[in-house]
Ligand binder design. Structure first.
Ligand code: COA
Length: 258
Protein backbone atom coordinates (compact mmCIF):
# COMPACT_ATOMS: atom_id res chain seq x y z
CA UNK A 1 0.00 0.00 0.00
CA UNK A 2 1.20 3.53 -0.79
CA UNK A 3 2.76 5.36 2.15
CA UNK A 4 1.26 8.74 2.99
CA UNK A 5 2.77 11.58 4.98
CA UNK A 6 -0.35 12.92 6.59
CA UNK A 7 -2.87 10.08 6.46
CA UNK A 8 -2.93 6.68 8.14
CA UNK A 9 -5.14 3.94 6.76
CA UNK A 10 -6.00 1.05 9.07
CA UNK A 11 -8.31 -1.89 8.50
CA UNK A 12 -10.93 -3.25 10.88
CA UNK A 13 -12.61 -6.07 9.00
CA UNK A 14 -14.51 -4.58 6.07
CA UNK A 15 -14.03 -1.04 7.39
CA UNK A 16 -11.15 1.24 6.43
CA UNK A 17 -10.23 3.75 9.14
CA UNK A 18 -8.78 6.87 7.53
CA UNK A 19 -6.97 8.96 10.10
CA UNK A 20 -5.69 12.49 9.56
CA UNK A 21 -2.22 12.23 11.05
CA UNK A 22 -0.91 15.71 11.97
CA UNK A 23 -1.44 15.48 15.70
CA UNK A 24 1.04 18.27 16.55
CA UNK A 25 -1.07 20.66 14.44
CA UNK A 26 -4.36 19.25 15.76
CA UNK A 27 -4.79 17.54 12.36
CA UNK A 28 -5.28 20.84 10.50
CA UNK A 29 -5.88 20.33 6.79
CA UNK A 30 -3.08 21.65 4.62
CA UNK A 31 -2.87 21.19 0.86
CA UNK A 32 -0.79 18.02 1.16
CA UNK A 33 -3.33 16.45 3.54
CA UNK A 34 -6.23 17.27 1.22
CA UNK A 35 -4.39 15.83 -1.80
CA UNK A 36 -3.49 12.66 0.08
CA UNK A 37 -7.01 12.28 1.47
CA UNK A 38 -8.44 12.62 -2.02
CA UNK A 39 -6.06 9.91 -3.30
CA UNK A 40 -6.83 7.60 -0.37
CA UNK A 41 -10.56 7.94 -0.94
CA UNK A 42 -10.13 7.07 -4.65
CA UNK A 43 -8.03 4.03 -3.75
CA UNK A 44 -10.52 2.76 -1.15
CA UNK A 45 -13.49 3.32 -3.49
CA UNK A 46 -11.91 0.80 -5.88
CA UNK A 47 -11.12 -1.76 -3.18
CA UNK A 48 -13.99 -4.27 -3.18
CA UNK A 49 -12.93 -5.64 0.22
CA UNK A 50 -13.69 -2.24 1.80
CA UNK A 51 -17.41 -1.78 2.48
CA UNK A 52 -17.30 1.44 4.55
CA UNK A 53 -15.09 4.23 5.83
CA UNK A 54 -14.48 5.83 9.21
CA UNK A 55 -12.82 9.25 9.07
CA UNK A 56 -11.07 10.37 12.25
CA UNK A 57 -8.12 12.32 13.61
CA UNK A 58 -4.90 11.14 15.25
CA UNK A 59 -4.63 11.50 19.02
CA UNK A 60 -7.44 12.17 21.46
CA UNK A 61 -7.58 15.97 21.41
CA UNK A 62 -8.66 16.86 17.91
CA UNK A 63 -10.62 15.46 14.99
CA UNK A 64 -9.52 18.28 12.64
CA UNK A 65 -8.95 21.85 13.88
CA UNK A 66 -9.75 23.34 10.48
CA UNK A 67 -7.87 24.37 7.39
CA UNK A 68 -4.19 25.07 8.04
CA UNK A 69 -4.21 28.78 8.87
CA UNK A 70 -0.47 28.99 8.12
CA UNK A 71 -1.30 28.55 4.42
CA UNK A 72 -3.78 31.48 4.57
CA UNK A 73 -1.17 34.12 5.27
CA UNK A 74 -0.64 36.36 2.25
CA UNK A 75 -3.12 34.41 0.15
CA UNK A 76 -5.08 36.55 -2.34
CA UNK A 77 -8.76 36.18 -3.22
CA UNK A 78 -8.26 34.27 -6.46
CA UNK A 79 -5.97 31.69 -4.84
CA UNK A 80 -8.36 31.33 -1.90
CA UNK A 81 -11.29 30.73 -4.26
CA UNK A 82 -9.25 28.05 -6.03
CA UNK A 83 -8.42 26.47 -2.66
CA UNK A 84 -12.14 26.32 -1.86
CA UNK A 85 -13.02 24.92 -5.29
CA UNK A 86 -10.37 22.21 -5.12
CA UNK A 87 -11.13 21.31 -1.50
CA UNK A 88 -14.85 21.05 -2.18
CA UNK A 89 -14.57 19.09 -5.43
CA UNK A 90 -11.69 16.79 -4.56
CA UNK A 91 -12.51 16.05 -0.94
CA UNK A 92 -15.84 17.29 0.48
CA UNK A 93 -18.03 16.46 -2.53
CA UNK A 94 -16.17 13.19 -2.96
CA UNK A 95 -17.00 12.20 0.62
CA UNK A 96 -20.64 13.22 0.23
CA UNK A 97 -21.04 11.26 -3.01
CA UNK A 98 -18.95 8.32 -1.81
CA UNK A 99 -20.55 5.06 -2.95
CA UNK A 100 -19.91 3.36 0.43
CA UNK A 101 -21.06 4.61 3.84
CA UNK A 102 -18.76 7.17 5.45
CA UNK A 103 -18.91 7.96 9.18
CA UNK A 104 -16.99 10.83 10.78
CA UNK A 105 -15.72 9.74 14.20
CA UNK A 106 -15.32 13.14 15.89
CA UNK A 107 -12.71 12.55 18.57
CA UNK A 108 -12.15 16.14 19.74
CA UNK A 109 -12.07 19.54 18.02
CA UNK A 110 -14.00 19.64 14.73
CA UNK A 111 -13.54 23.24 13.66
CA UNK A 112 -13.82 25.08 10.37
CA UNK A 113 -12.79 22.75 7.54
CA UNK A 114 -12.79 19.89 10.07
CA UNK A 115 -16.46 20.32 10.83
CA UNK A 116 -17.13 20.84 7.13
CA UNK A 117 -15.45 17.52 6.38
CA UNK A 118 -17.59 15.86 9.06
CA UNK A 119 -20.69 17.50 7.56
CA UNK A 120 -19.87 15.97 4.18
CA UNK A 121 -19.79 12.46 5.72
CA UNK A 122 -23.03 10.44 5.70
CA UNK A 123 -23.16 10.19 9.50
CA UNK A 124 -21.33 11.67 12.48
CA UNK A 125 -20.59 10.15 15.87
CA UNK A 126 -18.88 12.27 18.53
CA UNK A 127 -16.87 11.50 21.64
CA UNK A 128 -18.21 13.17 24.80
CA UNK A 129 -15.28 15.63 24.75
CA UNK A 130 -15.82 16.80 21.16
CA UNK A 131 -16.18 20.50 20.40
CA UNK A 132 -17.68 21.55 17.09
CA UNK A 133 -17.74 24.95 15.43
CA UNK A 134 -17.24 27.14 12.37
CA UNK A 135 -14.98 29.94 13.71
CA UNK A 136 -14.11 31.47 10.31
CA UNK A 137 -15.77 34.85 10.98
CA UNK A 138 -13.33 35.39 13.82
CA UNK A 139 -10.59 35.36 11.14
CA UNK A 140 -12.57 37.70 8.88
CA UNK A 141 -13.57 34.79 6.63
CA UNK A 142 -16.55 32.55 5.99
CA UNK A 143 -16.59 28.75 5.71
CA UNK A 144 -15.25 27.71 2.29
CA UNK A 145 -15.61 23.93 2.26
CA UNK A 146 -19.41 23.78 2.14
CA UNK A 147 -20.21 24.80 5.72
CA UNK A 148 -22.72 27.54 4.86
CA UNK A 149 -24.67 24.97 2.81
CA UNK A 150 -24.40 21.67 4.70
CA UNK A 151 -24.76 23.02 8.25
CA UNK A 152 -28.25 24.53 7.64
CA UNK A 153 -29.29 21.28 5.91
CA UNK A 154 -28.56 19.38 9.13
CA UNK A 155 -29.47 21.78 11.93
CA UNK A 156 -31.76 24.33 10.25
CA UNK A 157 -31.03 27.95 9.33
CA UNK A 158 -31.48 29.46 12.80
CA UNK A 159 -28.96 27.22 14.55
CA UNK A 160 -26.58 27.40 11.57
CA UNK A 161 -26.67 31.20 11.58
CA UNK A 162 -26.01 31.21 15.31
CA UNK A 163 -23.02 28.87 14.99
CA UNK A 164 -21.55 30.68 11.97
CA UNK A 165 -22.20 34.25 13.16
CA UNK A 166 -20.89 33.72 16.71
CA UNK A 167 -18.10 31.38 15.63
CA UNK A 168 -18.63 29.67 19.00
CA UNK A 169 -18.12 25.96 19.56
CA UNK A 170 -20.90 23.65 20.70
CA UNK A 171 -20.19 20.65 22.90
CA UNK A 172 -21.10 17.06 22.06
CA UNK A 173 -24.41 17.07 23.94
CA UNK A 174 -25.49 20.29 22.23
CA UNK A 175 -24.46 18.83 18.87
CA UNK A 176 -26.60 15.78 19.61
CA UNK A 177 -29.59 17.94 20.52
CA UNK A 178 -29.14 19.92 17.27
CA UNK A 179 -29.07 16.75 15.16
CA UNK A 180 -25.51 17.59 14.16
CA UNK A 181 -24.27 14.18 15.34
CA UNK A 182 -26.12 10.84 15.49
CA UNK A 183 -24.61 9.60 18.77
CA UNK A 184 -22.32 10.73 21.58
CA UNK A 185 -20.17 8.08 23.25
CA UNK A 186 -17.11 7.97 25.52
CA UNK A 187 -13.83 8.43 23.66
CA UNK A 188 -12.71 4.82 24.09
CA UNK A 189 -16.01 3.61 22.60
CA UNK A 190 -15.99 5.92 19.58
CA UNK A 191 -14.47 3.65 16.94
CA UNK A 192 -16.35 0.62 18.30
CA UNK A 193 -19.65 2.45 17.92
CA UNK A 194 -18.76 3.30 14.30
CA UNK A 195 -17.83 -0.34 13.56
CA UNK A 196 -21.06 -1.66 15.11
CA UNK A 197 -23.18 0.72 13.04
CA UNK A 198 -21.28 -0.13 9.86
CA UNK A 199 -21.61 -3.89 10.52
CA UNK A 200 -25.42 -3.41 10.50
CA UNK A 201 -25.13 -1.64 7.15
CA UNK A 202 -22.88 -4.40 5.73
CA UNK A 203 -25.75 -6.86 6.20
CA UNK A 204 -27.67 -4.88 3.56
CA UNK A 205 -27.24 -4.68 -0.20
CA UNK A 206 -24.18 -2.55 -1.12
CA UNK A 207 -25.80 -1.58 -4.43
CA UNK A 208 -28.94 -0.43 -2.61
CA UNK A 209 -26.78 1.55 -0.15
CA UNK A 210 -24.98 3.26 -3.06
CA UNK A 211 -28.34 4.07 -4.69
CA UNK A 212 -29.63 5.49 -1.38
CA UNK A 213 -26.64 7.84 -1.18
CA UNK A 214 -27.31 9.08 -4.73
CA UNK A 215 -31.05 9.57 -4.17
CA UNK A 216 -30.67 11.42 -0.87
CA UNK A 217 -27.89 13.68 -2.18
CA UNK A 218 -29.83 14.54 -5.33
CA UNK A 219 -32.90 15.54 -3.36
CA UNK A 220 -30.98 17.71 -0.92
CA UNK A 221 -29.77 19.85 -3.83
CA UNK A 222 -33.05 19.76 -5.77
CA UNK A 223 -36.09 18.05 -4.19
CA UNK A 224 -38.01 17.76 -7.48
CA UNK A 225 -35.07 16.05 -9.14
CA UNK A 226 -34.66 13.92 -6.02
CA UNK A 227 -38.08 12.32 -6.48
CA UNK A 228 -37.25 11.58 -10.15
CA UNK A 229 -33.91 10.12 -9.14
CA UNK A 230 -35.53 7.91 -6.50
CA UNK A 231 -37.98 6.46 -9.03
CA UNK A 232 -35.22 5.78 -11.55
CA UNK A 233 -32.92 4.19 -8.96
CA UNK A 234 -35.77 2.16 -7.46
CA UNK A 235 -36.26 0.72 -10.95
CA UNK A 236 -32.54 0.17 -11.50
CA UNK A 237 -32.29 -1.79 -8.24
CA UNK A 238 -34.67 -4.42 -9.62
CA UNK A 239 -32.16 -5.29 -12.33
CA UNK A 240 -29.36 -6.01 -9.84
CA UNK A 241 -28.27 -9.46 -8.71
CA UNK A 242 -28.53 -8.16 -5.14
CA UNK A 243 -32.25 -7.31 -5.37
CA UNK A 244 -32.91 -10.72 -6.91
CA UNK A 245 -31.04 -12.33 -4.00
CA UNK A 246 -32.73 -10.12 -1.38
CA UNK A 247 -36.24 -10.84 -2.63
CA UNK A 248 -35.56 -14.57 -3.09
CA UNK A 249 -34.04 -14.82 0.40
CA UNK A 250 -37.14 -13.22 1.94
CA UNK A 251 -39.45 -15.63 0.12
CA UNK A 252 -37.25 -18.59 1.07
CA UNK A 253 -37.23 -17.39 4.71
CA UNK A 254 -33.43 -17.12 4.89
CA UNK A 255 -30.90 -14.32 5.30
CA UNK A 256 -29.70 -12.68 2.04
CA UNK A 257 -26.11 -13.16 1.02
CA UNK A 258 -24.78 -9.80 -0.20
N1 COA B 1 -4.15 25.71 11.38
C1 COA B 1 -2.84 25.64 11.65
N2 COA B 1 -2.34 25.28 12.85
C2 COA B 1 -3.21 24.97 13.81
C3 COA B 1 -4.60 25.03 13.61
C4 COA B 1 -5.07 25.42 12.33
N3 COA B 1 -6.36 25.47 12.02
N4 COA B 1 -5.22 24.68 14.76
C5 COA B 1 -4.24 24.42 15.65
N5 COA B 1 -3.03 24.59 15.08
C6 COA B 1 -1.73 24.40 15.70
C7 COA B 1 -1.36 25.54 16.63
O1 COA B 1 -0.83 26.65 15.89
C8 COA B 1 -0.33 24.88 17.49
O2 COA B 1 0.88 24.79 16.77
P1 COA B 1 2.29 25.13 17.50
O3 COA B 1 2.39 24.15 18.64
O4 COA B 1 3.31 24.90 16.42
O5 COA B 1 2.19 26.55 17.98
C9 COA B 1 -0.85 23.45 17.63
O6 COA B 1 -1.74 23.27 16.52
C10 COA B 1 -1.64 23.22 18.90
O7 COA B 1 -2.67 24.19 18.99
P2 COA B 1 -2.89 25.18 20.24
O8 COA B 1 -3.61 26.39 19.75
O9 COA B 1 -1.61 25.38 20.96
O10 COA B 1 -3.86 24.29 21.15
P3 COA B 1 -4.92 24.80 22.21
O11 COA B 1 -5.37 23.60 22.96
O12 COA B 1 -4.39 25.97 22.98
O13 COA B 1 -6.16 25.37 21.33
C11 COA B 1 -7.76 25.30 19.52
C12 COA B 1 -6.90 24.50 20.52
C13 COA B 1 -8.40 24.31 18.57
C14 COA B 1 -8.85 26.07 20.29
C15 COA B 1 -6.87 26.31 18.76
O14 COA B 1 -5.76 25.60 18.23
C16 COA B 1 -7.55 27.01 17.62
O15 COA B 1 -8.35 27.90 17.81
N6 COA B 1 -7.22 26.59 16.36
C17 COA B 1 -7.75 27.24 15.16
C18 COA B 1 -9.15 26.83 14.89
C19 COA B 1 -9.72 27.56 13.69
O16 COA B 1 -9.88 28.76 13.67
N7 COA B 1 -10.01 26.79 12.65
C20 COA B 1 -10.67 27.28 11.47
C21 COA B 1 -9.70 27.63 10.45
S1 COA B 1 -10.53 28.35 9.05
Amino acid sequence: MTAYHTILVEREGKTAVVKINREAKLNALNKETLAELSAVLDMLAEDVTVRGIVLTGAGNKSFIAGADILEFEGMDGASAELLAIEGQRNVMDKIEAYPKPVIAAINGFALGGGLELALAAHMRIASSTAKLGLPEVSLGLIPGYGGTQRLPQLVGKGRAFEMIMTGDMVNAEEALAYGLVNYVVEGDELLGKCYTLLERIYLRSPKAIAATIKAVNTGVLDPREGFQKEMALFGACFDTDEAKEGIRAFLEKRKPNF
